[in-house]
Design a protein around this ligand. Structure first.
Ligand code: EPU
Length: 422
C-alpha cells in the first residue's frame, strides 16, 4: 500500500486547478440509466470512486467510456439492463446506492445490496426507502439486498424527508423524473451537487423546479433524452486546497473556485485570520497579518459548514491561538483523525460529537494512519505545518477523492511525495 511523505513546509505560492466534484459526478453517472440515449459528462474528476461507479454501471449493462484521460465520461444505456447491484461492488462505495432510484424509474424494479456500515458512521438507508416508497415503490429487505418494485410504475407524490439527506434527495429526483404526475420533495437537501444533478436531468428533458431550496417540484415525463453536462467544481477539494496556504503561509489561487460554493467555510476562515478573495479565475487565499485564531465550527447540511471539511479545518486549528470547539452533527463517528493529529503533538479532547482543539505552537512530524478520505487529507495538511517528516499510510482512501494530490501541492512548492508500497 502506498504512503505519502510530507515535510514541514515554508510558504506556498502559485495556482492549483480544482477538479469536478466527486460527489456530483457519482450522482450524475447513474442518471445514464434513465435514458436510452447517451449522456456525456465533462469536467469529470479522475478518482478511484469514479472507476468503482463505472464498474457498477457496467455490471448493470451501461457503457461508460473514459475519454481525454478520464476528464470526459461518455455513458450510455441502450441495451438490456441488469437490475441487480451486487454486494461486492456496493460494499466498496456507499454512493452505489444511487442506482436504486434510476433503476426503479426505468425498469419498475431493482435489487440493490445494502452498503453496510462505514468508518464515519452507520449510515442507514431508511430515508431513501421512505422517499421511494412515497412514490409507490414497495421495498423489502431480503438477504442483505433491498428488493424494490413499483407495480404499474412510479406515481408522483408529495413527500417530506425527516432529514435533508443528500443521497435520498438524489434518488428521489432520479425516480420522480419518470414518475406519472407531479412530485414535491420537502426538506430536500440543498447541496450544490443536488443543483448540478437537477441541471443535468433538465438538460435530459426532465421538468424540475426549486433545486437549491428545500422544496423541489418535479413534473414526471415519459422519457428522457441524451445530453452533455459539465460537472460542477468540487467544493471540498477547493476548501481543502484553500487551507494549504492558510496553514503554511504564502498565497495560493484555486482555479475554478467560487465563493458561493464554500461561503460558510470562508466565513470561518475569515474569523481565523485568513483572507479569501474572489478573482477572475478562482479564489486567492493568504493569511492576513499575523497567526491563526481559534474559531468554533458546527457542521450542518448546506449552506452550513460542510462535514467533509471538518477534518481539514481541524488540521488548521491545531496551531491556532486559543481553543476551538468543533461540533460534528452529520456523522456520529467522524473524529478519527483526532488521535492521529494527537500523535503529531496536537492537543485535542473528544467527547461524543464535540472536539476541543487547544492550539499548540507547532506540530511535529510523525507516522500516522489515514482512516477515511477526508481524515487522510487532513493529516497531509497537518504534515505541511509540522516540524520534520510525516508519513501518512493507507492512502488508498485519499485516491478515492483527490486526484493527483502530490502533483497539485508540489506545484505550489510543497514538499510531498508518494512512496510506493508492495
Ligand atoms: N442518513 C440516515 N438515513 C438515510 C440516509 C442518511 O440516517 O437513509 C444519515 C446518515 O447516516 C448521516 C446523515 O444522514 O448521518 C447524512 O447523510 P446523507 O444521506 O446526507 O449523506 P450521503 O448522501 O450518504 C453525501 C456525500 C458525503 C457527505 C454527505 C453529507 C456523496 C457520494 N457522499 O453522503 O461525502 O459527507 O453527503 O454532506 O455524495 C465524502 O465525500 O467524504 C463524503 C462522505
Amino acid at each position: 500500500m502506498d504512503s505519502i511523505l510530507v515535510r514541514g513546509n515554508g510558504p506556498l505560492s502559485g495556482q492549483i486547478p480544482i477538479a469536478g466534484a466527486k460527489n456530483a459526478c457519482l450522482a450524475l453517472m447513474p442518471a445514464t440509466l434513465l435514458s436510452e440515449e447517451p449522456l456525456t459528462l465533462t469536467n469529470a474528476p479522475r478518482l478511484s470512486d469514479i472507476r468503482t461507479m463505472t464498474q457498477l454501471l457496467a455490471s448493470l449493462g451501461a457503457e461508460v467510456t473514459a475519454l481525454q484521460d478520464g476528464k470526459v465520461l461518455a455513458t450510455s444505456c441502450h441495451g438490456e439492463i441488469n437490475p441487480v447491484a451486487d454486494y461486492d461492488i456496493v460494499r466498496k462505495m456507499r454512493a452505489s446506492n444511487l442506482v436504486l432510484g434510476p433503476l426503479l424509474a426505468r425498469l419498475g424494479h431493482a435489487v440493490v445490496s445494502l452498503p453496510g456500515g462505514c468508518a464515519i458512521g452507520a449510515r442507514p438507508m431508511d430515508i431513501h426507502i421512505d422517499a421511494l416508497t412515497a412514490l409507490g415503490a414497495e421495498i423489502e429487505l431480503k438477504e442483505g439486498y433491498l428488493h424494490a418494485t413499483a407495480r404499474g410504475g412510479l406515481k408522483g407524490a408529495v413527500h417530506e424527508m425527516r432529514f435533508a439527506s443528500v443521497g435520498a434527495t438524489e434518488n428521489f429526483l432520479m425516480a420522480a423524473v419518470l414518475a406519472k404526475g407531479t412530485s414535491v420533495l420537502k426538506n430536500a437537501a440543498r447541496e450544490p451537487e443536488i443543483v448540478d444533478l437537477a441541471r443535468c436531468l433538465r438538460a435530459m428533458g426532465a421538468q424540475i423546479e426549486g433545486e437549491g431550496t428545500s422544496d423541489i417540484t418535479i413534473q414526471g415525463v415519459d422519457r428522457l433524452h441524451g445530453a452533455t453536462h459539465p460537472v460542477v467544481t468540487d467544493r471540498i477539494e477547493l476548501g481543502t486546497y484553500m487551507l494549504a496556504p492558510a496553514i503554511c503561509g504564502g498565497e495560493v489561487e484555486c482555479l475554478g473556485g467560487r465563493i458561493d460554493l464554500v461561503a460558510s467555510f470562508c466565513e470561518k476562515l475569515d474569523a481565523a485570520g485568513i483572507s479569501v478573495e474572489e478573482t477572475a479565475r478562482g479564489i486567492k487565499v493568504k493569511r492576513k497579518n499575523g497567526g491563526i485564531r481559534a474559531v468554533d465550527v458546527v457542521t450542518e447540511p448546506f449552506p452550513g459548514f460542510p462535514t467533509d471539511l471538518q477534518a481539514q479545518m481541524m488540521a488548521l486549528l491545531c496551531t491556532a491561538e486559543g481553543t476551538s470547539v468543533l461540533e460534528e452533527r452529520i456523522f456520529e463517528n467522524r473524529f478519527m483523525h483526532a488521535p492521529e493529529l494527537a500523535r503529531m503533538g496536537a492537543r485535542i479532547e473528544v467527547h461524543g460529537g464535540v472536539a476541543k482543539v487547544h492550539g499548540v505552537a507547532r506540530l511535529k512530524g510523525a507516522r500516522v494512519m489515514a482512516t477515511d478520505l477526508r481524515a487522510s487529507v487532513s493529516l497531509i495538511l497537518a504534515g505541511l505545518a509540522a516540524e520534520g517528516e510525516t508519513v501518512v499510510s493507507r492512502v488508498y482512501h485519499l485516491d478515492r477523492g483527490y486526484e493527483r494530490v502530490e502533483e497539485k501541492l508540489r506545484a505550489v512548492g510543497a514538499h510531498i511525495e508518494r512512496v510506493k508500497g508492495e
